[in-house]
Design a protein around this ligand. Structure first.
Ligand code: SF4
Length: 89
């Protein structure tokens, strides 16, 4: 009788552990897909400077708020983030 109870508990814990791992993986994949929807790195107004990430919406740049941003402009070769930094010399 004790063996059956131990076996049941072991299998229950194993199933719960695997279910927990599966849920964590699903949540991680969902979050990763969501973060890849942030368009700022392809936007004209993205500065690529941590001090001011966006000149139009500085507080929502690179966050989930930027998904579906109405000010998004596709990046061109003359944008700030594409420019080489000037040398001080
Ligand atoms: S304008 Fe919108 S999409 Fe473009 S960098 Fe700023 S927040 Fe991101």
């Amino acid at each position: 009788m004790n063996v059956a109870i131990c076996c049941f508990c072991t299998w229950t814990l194993l199933v719960l552990f695997l279910w927990s791992v599966w849920q964590a993986l699903r949540e991680g994949i969902y979050q990763l897909r969501r973060l890849h929807q942030i368009p700022c790195s392809d936007c004209e107004f993205f500065t690529n400077d941590y001090r001011l990430k966006c000149t139009v919406r500085p507080f929502s740049a690179c966050t989930e708020e930027a998904i579906g941003c109405s000010d998004f402009e596709p990046k061109t070769s003359s944008c700030n983030a594409c420019q080489q930094r000037c040398s001080k010399f």
